[in-house]
Each structure stands twice: as structure tokens, then as C-alpha cells.
Ligand binder design. Structure first.
Ligand code: CP
Ligand code: NVA
Length: 301
């Protein structure tokens, strides 16, 4: 099974593989836009396992598989034997004997690692409590499509040091940009991860200082899935880290801003930025489709 490639974090790709994948994503986008059929995955089947809610991830993976000539099946962990305690290792052996590729969205990152360990086919992390690497493919595709090479650029992360923030740390290290993480004390990402990205990621508690001159501003919800009960406490703790026009005015004049969605207008991002006709946030969402098609092609190559 050792030859099976998985995508559990961005670290599963080399810099060259990541750049090639993002280039391919833009090519697949053009083919799709031009109505050119491209069925490189004819007959291939994806199992999509969800223990958490989703709009973009579910639609983009299922549409992507169909567009490439394959198919995808939605499996909610609650409605399968996983919800009744069947071991992940047994589930992985069985499901991977029947399908060509598996996508999982769940809570513990170790569950995805365990699944991959027992899977005979590629496993994609479609979000865990710790990482959201598929979203980073779309974010990087979007940023590069609009602004070109990102090496040496500066990104400001605003808010919770969550799964998205942690995936940005990996992206900074692999692609060579500098990530300034503006978050209050107690909401920092993993120090181990920061250590691995020394020179590419740093904590800056002041959101204004972190935004100064940044080429990209990024934020995400203050309470992630599974943290619903902490929502009020988090809103209070993180309110100074809202992505708004004042911070954007401190950034580079050409700066873009991203949000993986779903967004809460008036909380982590203002309504005027969400509803600005020039925002690339909708490109970012659409690019989930194209980037993941490139990812699936890569893993099933
Ligand atoms: N950004 C993202 O992963 O969205 P969903 O939760 O809707 O899949
Ligand atoms: N940090 C968010 C991302 C949602 C796509 C969450 O985990 O809920």
C-alpha cells in the first residue's frame, strides 16, 4: 500500500507537484468554461464520507467526479455503520476495496490518518479540526490567477488560529510567502507547526500591524464546526480581528482578500467586503471544483 498517495495535508505534495497541480486546475477550468468534455476518470468512483456539514466541498467533489466521467457517493458517517462504532480501520479496508478514491470530512485529524493507513486507495482530507488542505488549493489557485507568483509575498491571517490558519502555515512554507498571523492570546495555531515553518510564519497580535503592506488578507469563522457552544465567548475574544475596509486600507494597494465560506457578515468579515462586486471570494469558492479535479487526477494518475 506504500505506493498509494494520500492528501491529508499540503505537506503530502512537493512544491513542484503543488505548482503543477494548480496550473492543471486553471487548465481544467478553461476546458470546463469552453464546454470541452474531459472524461479522464471514466468509470472511477469516489466515496465521500461526511461527519460534518458541507455545501462547497460536497458539491465540488461530486460535480468534479461527474464532469471527469466518474461518479461520487455521499456517505454520512451518522447513517453508516461508522456511526454505530464500526472501527475506522475495518471501514477503510472495506470501502477502499470497492471504490477508487475516498474523501473524508471529520473531526479528529488522526481519524483521517488512521483511515489512510488502512486504505488501499488514495484518501483526501476534506477538512478536519486541524487542517483544510483542499481549501488551500482553491485559495492559492485564486491568488495566483489574479496576481501571479506568490513567492516572497506577505499574507495576513486574521482571527482564529484554526484548521484554515494551520493550512496557510503549510502553504507559506511550501510556496515561500510570509504569513503574519493576527490572533489574540489563546487562539494561536499549533506551535509545532509554526516551528516547522520558521521564517515563513509568525504571530502578530496586533491586526493593524499584521495587515500593513500585506498582499493578501484572509479570515475564517470565529467558531468552527464542533465549537458551536463557544460561539459567544469566541465572538468577544476575536471581535478586534474582523476583516474590514480599515485593515484593507493598511494593506498593499493591490491586496486581495479571501474567506473560505460560509461567512458571517458583521462578525469575522464586514458585509461591504463580502458584497463588494470586485471581491474574488466567489472565484475562490468556484476554484474548489477545478483544484480538486486536478487533485483527483493527480492522485489517480
Ligand atoms: N469552504 C468549505 O469547505 O465549505 P463547505 O463547508 O460548505 O464545504
Ligand atoms: N474553520 C471552519 C471552516 C469551514 C469550511 C470550520 O472548520 O468549520
Amino acid at each position: 500500500m506504500s505506493h498509494t498517495r494520500h492528501f491529508l495535508t499540503l505537506n503530502d505534495l512537493t512544491r513542484d507537484e503543488l505548482l503543477a497541480l494548480l496550473k492543471r486546475a486553471s487548465e481544467l477550468k478553461k476546458l470546463q468554461r469552453n464546454g470541452v468534455a474531459h472524461d479522464s476518470l471514466k468509470g472511477k468512483v469516489m466515496a465521500m464520507i461526511f461527519a460534518k456539514s458541507s455545501t462547497r466541498t460536497r458539491v465540488s467533489f461530486e460535480a468534479g467526479m461527474t464532469q471527469l466521467g466518474g461518479s461520487a457517493m455521499f456517505l454520512s458517517s451518522a447513517d453508516t455503520q461508522m456511526g454505530r462504532g464500526e472501527p475506522i480501520s475495518d471501514t477503510a479496508k472495506v470501502i477502499s476495496s470497492m471504490v477508487d478514491i475516498v474523501m473524508i470530512r471529520t473531526f479528529a485529524h488522526t481519524d483521517v490518518e488512521l483511515f489512510a493507513e488502512h486504505s488501499s486507495v488514495p484518501v483526501i482530507n476534506a477538512l478536519t479540526d486541524d487542517y483544510h488542505p483542499c481549501q488551500l488549493l482553491a485559495d492559492m489557485q485564486t491568488w495566483m490567477e489574479h496576481r501571479g507568483d506568490v513567492q516572497g509575498k506577505t499574507v495576513c491571517w486574521l482571527g482564529d488560529g484554526n484548521n484554515m490558519c494551520q493550512s496557510y502555515i503549510n502553504a507559506a512554507k511550501i510556496l515561500g510567502f510570509h504569513l503574519k498571523i493576527a490572533c489574540p492570546e489563546g487562539f494561536e495555531p499549533s506551535t509545532e507547526l509554526l516551528d516547522q515553518a520558521q521564517g515563513f510564519a509568525s504571530i502578530e497580535n496586533d491586526p493593524k500591524r499584521a495587515s500593513e503592506g500585506a498582499h493578501l488578507l484572509v479570515t475564517d469563522v470565529w467558531a468552527s464546526m464542533g465549537q458551536e457552544e463557544e460561539a459567544r465567548m469566541r465572538e468577544q475574544a476575536l471581535s478586534a480581528y474582523q476583516l474590514n475596509q480599515d485593515l484593507l486600507d493598511l494593506a498593499d494597494p493591490e491586496a486581495l482578500y479571501l474567506h473560505c465560506l460560509p461567512a458571517h457578515r458583521g462578525e469575522e468579515i464586514t458585509a461591504d467586503l463580502m458584497d463588494n462586486p470586485d471581491t474574488v471570494i466567489w472565484d475562490e469558492a468556484e476554484n474548489r471544483l477545478h483544484a480538486q479535479k486536478a487533485l483527483i487526477e493527480f492522485l489517480l494518475r
